[in-house]
Design a protein around this ligand. Structure first.
Ligand code: GRF
Length: 185
């Protein structure tokens, strides 16, 4: 299989990045991860870039000079997919139009419910019985692009933000890889 080249954007722990790196090692997974971007050097996920020997950059993409550099790199590396994995910045319309290829994101709720931050707290506060995660295309409105895949979990009365996060993230790791397979099928 000829794999597509992908770039993953992170800001934090990078557990979704880890799951994607593992999937990408499988011969029939449709992408390789060739580039990792973080907006902060504090992102723990950058350790994975080093471990897996994937080129990475800490870049503030709000700066025009960085943006020019970044788009040149994307061309050189023939990147045809950007995966946001816990990336805490919003990509603006110009960025999305300029890339002109697929950009996808994973979000810890069943969209369109609970866009934005603090999903676990909001879900518990509203006594929801179900929550989960959603993989979607990125457009210029927050967590609003076309949905690719959702996975559900049931909320138990004993759940708190921490247990929910663990349960939802376990679903995320599979959801993200399955979505990428479905995109390139
Ligand atoms: C995930 O829960 C994802 O849904 C959200 O940010 C979190 C990132 O976690 N967008 P990690 O950095 O992949 O561990």
């Amino acid at each position: 299989m000829v794999k597509k080249n992908a770039c993953v954007f992170i800001s934090g722990a990078g557990t979704n990045l880890k799951a994607l790196l593992k999937s990408s090692r499988e011969y029939n997974f449709p992408i390789n991860i060739n580039y990792i971007i973080s907006n902060t050097k504090q992102a723990k996920g950058l350790k994975l870039a080093k471990l897996y020997k994937i080129p990475f950059r800490v870049l503030d993409l709000n700066k025009t000079a960085n943006l020019e550099f970044f788009f040149k790199e994307l061309q050189k590396k023939k990147i045809s997919l950007i995966c946001l994995a816990g990336y805490m910045r919003i990509l603006n319309k110009n960025f999305i139009n300029r890339f002109n290829k697929k950009i996808i994101n994973i979000h810890p709720s069943l969209l369109p419910k609970y866009k934005g931050l603090d999903t676990f707290r909001k879900v518990l506060k509203n006594n929801e019985k179900l929550t989960g995660c959603t993989v979607h295309y990125v457009n210029n409105r927050l967590d609003s692009g076309k949905i690719i895949l959702k996975k559900k979990i049931f909320i138990e009365s004993s759940d708190n933000e921490k247990t929910l996060k663990t349960k939802v993230q376990a679903k995320e790791y599979r959801a993200y890889s399955e979505s990428i397979i479905s995109i390139f099928r």
